[in-house]
Design a protein around this ligand. Sequence first.
Ligand code: CP
Ligand code: NVA
Length: 311
Amino acid sequence: MTVNPGRTRAGQTRHFLDLDRFDTETLRRILDLGASYKRGDQPFGTAKPLSGRLLAMIFEKPSTRTRVSFEAGMKQLGGDVIVLSRGDTQLGRGETIADTARVLSRYVDAIMIRTDDPNKLLELSQYASVPVINGLTDRTHPCQVMADIMTFEEHRGSLEGKVVAWVGDGNNVAASWIQAAGHFGCEIRVACPPDLCPDAGVVAWARAQGAQVSIGHDATAAVAGAHLVLTDTWVSMGCQDTNRPALLAPFQVNEALMAKADPSALFMHCLPAHRNEEVTDAVMDGPQSVVWDEAENRLHVQKGILTWCLL
Ligand code: CP
Ligand code: NVA
C-alpha cells in the first residue's frame, strides 16, 4: 500500500496552518465543502473518500471539540485516527519536532497538532511530508474560525459588510478572526484591555488586505450596531496570569451589552465557556446564541479541511 499519498495532484503538500496563508477562493472552497457535508452530499462522489487514510493528532493541550470532531470526521469519511498526547510520545522526552515529523510522515497521511508555540507548528510542517493541520496554538485557531464563518453564513448569509465585535482577551481565536476579516469583507472591532491586545502582525496583515480593523478598550462602543458578538475565556490554556478576571470584568458579554448590538446580532463562543465570567447564562442560553451550531460546524468544516488537504 502507498503510505501517505498526502500530496495534491499538483505535488504540493497542502497544509492548513493559518488563514493568512490562503487565498480567499481556497477558503471559500473549504467552507463550501463543509456546507456540502452538512447537507449530506458526497462532494467527492463517495461517502468514504478518505478510506484507508490515517490522521495522527498530537495534543500538547487539552481538547474536547477538536479531538472528537476530527476523530468523528475522519471516521465518517472512511478514515481513522491515532491520538497522541504529549506524555505518550518521545516528544515529552525531548525528541525534536523535526524528527517526529519525519517519522510520523512514514506512518500516517496527515498530522493535526494542538500546541503552545506556533513555531512548533511551523517546524512540523517544514519537516513533514504529509499535510499538517493547526488544531490551535497560542497564536491562532483557524479551524475554529472556519466553523464560526460557516455558522454565520448559514444563519445570516455573507459576512461582507457586516460588523463583527470581539469582546475580551485579544487571544488566538481573535487573531484568526482578524485574519478572516482580511478575506471576507467584514469590519472587525476588538474591545480588550490595553495589555491584552491582539497580535500586531495579524492586525497589520488584515489591514494590508483592506480590512477595517479597530482595536479599542470600550466594549459598548465595539458592540454598537454589530451583527456578530464574540468572546472567549478570560484565561486561555497555559496562561498563568492570575490578574485576568480583574482586567477583563468590564468585558463580560451580558444582556445589557447584547442590547447595544444590531437586533439581528448573533452571539458566538468557541467553547469551553466559563459561564457568568466572560458570558452570562442569559446570553449563552438566549435566542441570539448559536454556540451549539458553532460547535457542530467544527465537524463539518473540518471534513472540508481534511478532504481539501488529502484529495
Ligand atoms: N473550541 C475548541 O477548540 O474546543 P476544544 O478545546 O474542546 O477542542
Ligand atoms: N483561547 C482558548 C481557546 C480554547 C479553544 C485557549 O487557547 O485556551
